[in-house]
Design a binder for this molecule. Structure first.
Ligand code: GLN
Length: 488
């Protein structure tokens, strides 16, 4: 049976606009579905049902009174719990922030709600977005809706599981090294990391500030385009936000893709890539080719240094960003500290989990005076080389196609004791963050056991419209995005 949660964002909003659907009914349905599936999926850290129902009631009243309602009016959505909201707590999946109540909402939350969307709650993540499975959350691990014994991916796994399980039609995640794209791929949905600066980071708790970017998560490219149109644009409160008007992403979806040049780099299909993932992604590239695009070989010689470069820069920035959690400014403070040093060290020792501590130590080491030149500075130079690889590739091709992750969703616990194996699996996603270019993950098939596989398309700066256009055209001739996990 189809419920309003099975229909796209645009249709929900259109239905609410003409009074065919009631915002209150849809939001109540979403809340009921979140509650009934939370024990299995653990997608949400918090839900504010009363607030969501009140907002929905208001939208129905405004419509009935003939007042203007926004482009996303009545659409229930959720945001990753590293984005500030003025309702409820913002935890970042960490014990150190408890209890932190933000004074202001993140820019993206304001944008969504000004357009009439209703943020029903905050989704689970790896602590401070550090991880690829939500296993580093201080609270619980989100399960994959396609197989609840497996991870949903991470760090935005709560948002992707919620959308894949049709609890909500759209959500936001953040992506520093793949955290929107990898869980989107593991959950069989669309996830877009925009160009660095395309979406304001105001109110996003920083992990790696030169890499972090917020983006939409949805079942279709059309819905992702609609969400991006609402959140993209300049925000003077984020000094890295691009002062460049956002185009109409929805209008760009219908452009023909005939004649587009798709670059394929064999560096993305090397050792370690699961055979079924490889075959599925290659078949998806062939499908785009049969829609009239041309596939061309390209070379990205420095992409093999991506992991080393990312784990130096991201941890260096994290060690600096996370210095603010000191027991004085925010959240947790150790009871009865002996002195000021004990206040800092006990607060941080009690509040941070193992992975966050590991990264603070790695980053502090890379920035320390004896090693700065050898590690941090070197990583910055390699970052420039990775960026110039992409710049020269985009002289010859319009987009680059690759896998998103080397494997399908792995079993919960499989890699949790092996941080290095977890890091290495970010091989295909981190380069886009290092270069600052946009990249999308699109569902492109299933492996023999029925688990989803994603394809990544990377584009030139501010070419989100092109990525969404190709993804949309691909979804016109395939139906991977219509498959549904068999949940209650
Ligand atoms: N998996 C990567 C990491 O652990 C990416 C995380 C992210 O994008 N936030 O750092």
């Amino acid at each position: 049976m189809t419920t309003p949660l099975d229909i796209p964002v645009a249709e929900i909003a259109a239905g609410v606009r003409i009074g065919k659907l009631s915002a209150l009914d849809i939001v109540s349905l979403a809340l009921a579905r979140v509650e009934s599936l939370q024990p299995q999926l653990r997608a949400f850290i918090s839900v504010d049902a009363d607030r969501a129902m009140n907002l929905a009631r208001k939208i129905d009243e405004q419509r009935a009174a003939g007042r203007e309602i926004g482009a996303l009016a009545g659409v229930p959505v959720a945001v990753k719990d590293n984005m500030c909201t003025t309702f409820g707590a913002t935890t970042c999946g960490s014990k150190i922030l408890a209890p932190f109540h933000a004074q202001e909402a993140a820019h993206v939350v304001d944008q969504l709600e000004s357009a009439g969307a209703i943020v029903i709650g905050k989704t689970n993540l790896d602590e401070f977005a550090m991880g690829s499975s939500t296993e580093n959350s201080a609270f619980f691990t989100t399960a994959n809706p396609w197989d609840v014994s497996r991870v949903a991916g991470g760090s935005s796994g709560g948002s992707t599981a919620a959308v894949a399980a049709r609890l909500i039609p759209g959500a936001l995640g953040s992506d520093t090294g793949g955290s929107i794209r990898e869980p989107a791929s593991f959950c069989g949905i669309v996830g877009l990391k925009p160009t660095y600066g395309r979406v304001s980071r105001y109110g996003l708790v920083a992990y790696g500030s030169s890499l972090d970017q917020i983006g939409p998560i949805a079942r279709t490219a059309r819905d992702a385009a609609l969400l991006l149109s609402v959140i993209a644009g300049h925000d003077p409160r984020d000094s890295t936000s691009a002062n460049e008007p956002a185009p109409d992403y929805v209008a760009a979806l219908d452009r023909p893709i005939r004649g587009l040049r798709i670059g394929v780099s064999e560096e993305y299909f090397g050792a370690g890539l699961n055979h079924e993932v490889q075959a599925t992604v290659r078949a998806a590239i062939a499908a785009i080719e049969s829609q009239g695009a041309t596939v061309l070989p390209i070379h990205l010689p420095h992409m093999k240094y991506g992991i080393a470069c990312y784990y130096l820069i991201a941890t260096a920035e994290a060690s600096s960003n996370l210095a603010r959690f000191d027991g004085v400014h925010y959240g947790h403070r150790t009871p009865r500290p002996a002195d000021i040093i004990d206040l800092y060290s006990s607060t941080r020792g009690e509040g941070f989990g193992a992975e966050v501590k590991r990264r603070i130590m790695l980053g502090t080491f890379a920035l320390s005076s004896g090693y700065y030149d050898a590690y941090y500075l070197k990583a910055l130079k390699v970052r420039t080389l990775i960026k110039s690889d992409f710049e020269s590739a985009f002289r010859d091709v319009d987009v680059i196609a690759s896998p998103v992750a080397p494997t399908i969703a792995f079993p919960i616990g499989e890699k949790s004791d092996d941080p290095l194996a977890m890091y290495l699996a970010d091989i295909y996603t981190v380069s886009a963050n290092l270069a600052g270019i946009p990249a999308i993950s699109i569902p492109c098939g299933f492996d023999a056991s029925g688990l989803p596989v994603g394809m990544q398309l990377m584009g030139n700066y501010f070419a989100e419209d092109r990525l969404l256009n190709i993804a949309h055209q691909y979804q016109q001739v395939t139906d991977w995005h219509n498959h549904m996990p068999a949940l209650g």
